[in-house]
Design a protein. Structure first.
Length: 434
């Protein structure tokens, strides 16, 4: 059985190609059935995120597999071979094991160490199971990868430090205010970054969340998801004083908040400190705001320095994470090989036993017919010996004829270890007639 990981990601393929290769959960069953009908694949897991589409597959053998998989992908995703082949990567067996463990641990992500990928892999694994009988090795590989990712996050600092603007902004807020459970936060905007901020703030049980956006309906939709109060964009100047922390990320070409707004808000707050985090480009908050007493202003460059510092911490954790993955992948590969050898040994013993039973039954039938007992026993053992040593002796002859010295030595050593080459005939007592 061959394990294979193939796919494209943010490092090998542009967004346009990744879009064409994306798989919705609802389409997995149809896609997988089409795959097994046209290739040698027996079972698989499809992972499809915004940054990668990967296929983790088990197949009977590698012969012609790549060609058939490329044909299947081109047909199913409506791609030309030339645009696909240059972006595809392939990992077999040992490399496939290590690749999945790296992906699950966040070492192959666009944002190093990001935790979302593990949840996405678990979801892909769960969704794939009802539609197939997953092979033992592939199933065990995914289960092992989940525990490896957990170990990496537990034993290293790969996920400790913030490396996204949203997370960095929320981490900064927690450093300044210590606990977010006593503060009110105003979010201006309703894009992806603001949504991530809302998610982080909601997770840390912020006392009150207010959302403002030019399109009121978008703000309302986001507010419903996180139990936030929603205000209209034009209400910001009059409601600004309510927020201890204001985070802004809009596409506005002009500042949304100016120095005069801040001064009015501070009066209403009786000069209680205010924190402003501006992630917009162009900036949403006038730079002069940072000179106002009791106001703390951080912009995207300030956050970038935090992210770079934190990213350097994560990069230092990569070496330890890689060593954990190396150790765990070798352990898994050893397990797979031991299982394979056990199966081969069981099969070999079973075949040998079938030969023994067949020859014994034939001998017993001959004895019942009145054949000479001693002659029948000698014939039985002779035939049994011939059948059992036929395969190894044929292999020895072939290795010698082919000039394959290494294989010849290996087979010879195997026979030596079996004890056959060192067998000494036991002396037998002479039988006297009664």
């Amino acid at each position: 059985m061959t394990l294979l990981a193939l796919g494209v990601n943010h490092k090998t393929a542009a967004v346009a190609l990744r879009e064409k290769m994306s798989f919705l959960p609802d389409s997995f069953e149809q896609a997988f059935h089409h795959l097994i009908q046209t290739t040698l694949v027996k079972s698989g897991v499809f992972l499809s995120t915004c940054n990668r589409t990967e296929f983790y597959l088990s197949a009977q053998n590698q012969s012609g597999l790549e060609k058939k998989l490329i044909q299947w992908l081109c047909e199913y995703c409506h791609l030309k071979p030339e645009e696909l082949i240059k972006s595809l990567y392939w990992h077999y067996d040992d490399q496939a094991v290590e690749h999945l463990m790296r992906v699950a641990s966040g070492l192959d992500s666009l944002i190093l160490g990001e935790p979302q990928i593990l949840g996405q892999i678990k979801k892909a694994f769960t969704q794939s199971q009802p539609h197939q009988i997953m092979c033992r090795d592939l199933k065990r590989l995914f289960q092992k990868s989940f525990s490896v990712a957990k170990r990496v996050r537990t034993e290293t600092d790969i996920g400790v430090h913030a490396v996204s603007f949203a997370f960095a902004a929320c981490s900064l807020a927690r450093q300044i205010f210590e606990s977010l459970s006593e503060v009110t936060v105003l979010l201006i905007g309703a894009g992806e970054t603001i949504e991530l901020m809302a998610r982080h703030l909601f997770k840390h049980k912020v006392k009150r969340l207010i959302i403002a956006n030019r399109t009121f309906e978008k703000a309302l939709c986001l507010g419903n998801d996180f139990g936030a109060d929603v205000i209209r964009f034009e209400e910001i100047p009059s409601r600004l004083y309510e927020a201890d922390i204001t985070m802004s990320s809009t596409a506005s070409q002009l500042p949304v908040i100016d120095k005069n707004m801040i001064k009015q808000a501070l009066k209403k707050r009786r000069n209680q400190p205010m924190l402003f985090i501006d992630i917009a480009v162009p900036r949403d908050i006038e730079p002069e705001v940072g000179h106002v007493p009791n106001v703390y202003l951080y912009n995207i460059d300030d956050l970038q320095s935090i992210i770079e510092r934190h990213l350097s911490h994560r990069k230092r954790a990569v070496f330890k994470a890689e060593s954990i993955i190396k150790e765990e992948s070798l352990n898994f590969i050893s397990w797979v090989r031991s299982q394979s050898s056990s199966e081969m040994i069981r099969e070999y013993r079973s075949k040998a036993d079938q030969i023994r039973i067949a020859l014994t039954e034939k001998a017993l039938a001959a004895i019942k017919k009145g054949d000479n007992l001693e002659k029948t026993l000698y014939e039985l053992t002779h035939k049994l010996t011939n059948q059992l040593i036929h395969a190894p002796t044929s292999s020895l002859k072939k290795a010698a004829l082919d000039g394959d010295i290494e294989r010849f030595k290996f087979l010879h050593e195997s026979l030596e270890h079996s004890g056959l080459l060192h067998f000494k005939k036991q002396a037998t007592k002479k039988r006297h007639p009664n």
